[in-house]
Structures are given as C-alpha cells and as structure tokens.
Design a protein around this ligand. Structure first.
Ligand code: ZN
Length: 278
C-alpha cells in the first residue's frame, strides 16, 4: 500500500486514512489509486464490516491536487475497471475526459457502491474534491471545526465532477454553495441533512468508532442490501442520470477554459483560488 493512504484494522472496522497532511490531503492520482486499493482490500476482508474514511492531520481533504510538487495528473496507473482508455497518450478534451471519468466520476461512483457501509470522519477542510469523498460515504460524522465548500465556479466550472450537490445539499442551498463558493460549517451541514452527527473535535474518533461498531453488529448481507436500497432510490430520484448530464457541462467548462485561457483550470492554482475568494 502506498504511503499516500494508510490502512488499519480496528476490530470489525477498517480505517482508511488519506495521508498527505502536509498538503491537507490534496488528492493526487497516487492517493486516488491507493484509496481504490484500500477499499478493495476492505471489501475482500470478510472480517471487515464497516469502512471508515479519514484524513490524517488537521484536515480531511483540501480537494484534488492542483498545485503540490507531487501532482501527477500526467501519470498512468494500472486501472482496476476499464471504464475508459488511459489518458496519458491522448490530447485535449479526449485526455481530460478520459482522466476525469476514471479517477473522479468513475471511482467515486464505484466507491459509493462498495457493498459495506462506509463512514466519513471529517475534520477541518473538506473542500471540492474533498466533498466528493465525504459524499460517497454512507454516513458522515463531522467535527465542530469541519468546514465545507465547492469553490470551483471561480474557475468557471459548475461544481466538482461527482455532482451530488442537489441531492446532498438540496437544490436551494446547492445553488448558494455553487454561486458564492463560500464555506459552510458543520452545524449548517447538519441542519440541511448533509452530515449525520457533529461532535467536538476531541471526540471525533470515539464517536465514529461507536457508530461504526453499532452498524457492524447488524447482519452483513442485510447491510449490503439496505445500502443498495437507498442508493437505488437515490438514483431513481435522478442522481445518476443528473451526474451524467452535468459531467458534460463540467467538461464544456474545462474545454472553454482551455480554449480561452490556454488552461483547463483557467490558470488558477490554490493560491489564486484563495485570492479569488477575497
Ligand atoms: Zn474536472
């Protein structure tokens, strides 16, 4: 297992931890593929009943890696599912679409459908691509210091690739989050039903363990069916089809940026994103 992700068994719980605390757990591809491997390991381990997704350090995840020294968007990794072809020998929209349908939309969807309950344990920043990882989990427990945002409209992009916003936030608040790019805190996330629990930072781990153990005591096959039941109904409410249509809009925005500014992210790195926020 790569250092980007740590894997630990705690009784019936597997704890999968994003481990780039120096970069607020910004997700490069090495981390994304390591997460994929860690989830597969937890699914295949018959003694694991519940999977916890955590972030090392003060923050859950600052989102996709758009500016650290280990950014590896041009690197090819062995793929677990052949949803699309490898991106590295392609150009333009072909390249971007291939990469993002694999590491962003495709992996997030597969992780959402893992047949074991998953719990996101969120502290500090949970921004953009960080939201995607929290949203694919079945349950979210947030520390009081957690904060959330999807500010990618500052790049002219209508939300991150896994477009769960209207379902996770409700349409009204989703618009506000997208239109302003502003942060919202754990209390607000609780009020709108995006997170299950908000607990003091010091009690985050124990609260997640207690919830995880409670869930783990239920019949495993029943849990898998209940999870699938809720996911299927969410998809009947339009989530899967909505995401497919919005993924096209997302890529229109990338292509527009590339055409007009020469850069699919409109030339914005994390520093410029922060400046655009003020
Ligand atoms: Zn994108």
């Amino acid at each position: 297992m790569a250092d980007e992700v740590l894997y630990e068994r705690r009784g019936a719980l597997a704890v999968v931890t994003m481990n780039r605390p120096r970069y607020r757990n910004a997700q490069n591809s090495a981390m994304t593929y390591a997460l994929d491997a860690a989830f597969a390991r937890a699914v295949d381990d018959g003694d694991v009943r519940v999977i916890v997704l955590a972030g090392a350090g003060d923050h859950f995840s600052a989102g996709h890696d758009i500016g650290t020294p280990e950014r590896d968007a041009d690197t090819s990794f062995p793929r677990r599912a052949a949803i699309w072809w490898d991106h590295t020998d392609r150009a333009g929209a072909d390249r971007r679409y291939a990469r993002e349908i694999e590491v962003y939309l495709g992996m997030c969807r597969r992780w959402r459908e893992i047949p074991k309950p998953t719990i996101a344990m969120v502290q500090g920043a949970c921004i953009a691509g960080g939201l995607m990882l929290a949203w694919v989990c079945d349950l979210i427990v947030a520390a009081e210091d957690a904060f959330f945002a999807d500010p990618v409209l500052r790049m002219g992009i209508p939300g991150v690739e896994y477009f769960a916003h209207p379902w996770a936030l409700g349409p009204r608040f989703a618009r506000e989050v997208l239109f302003t790019g502003d942060r919202f805190d754990a209390r607000r996330a609780y009020e709108i039903g995006m997170v299950n629990r908000v607990v003091p930072r010091a009690e985050l781990e124990s609260a997640v363990s207690a919830l995880g153990e409670r869930v783990a005591a239920m019949p495993a096959f029943g849990l898998a069916l209940a999870k699938r039941a809720v996911n299927q109904c969410e998809d009947q409410m339009g989530m899967r089809a909505g995401m497919d249509s919005v993924f096209g809009l997302h890529h229109v925005a990338h292509a527009h940026n590339a055409e007009v500014t020469g850069n699919p992210l409109a030339g914005l790195d994390p520093t410029a994103m922060k400046k655009a926020a003020s």
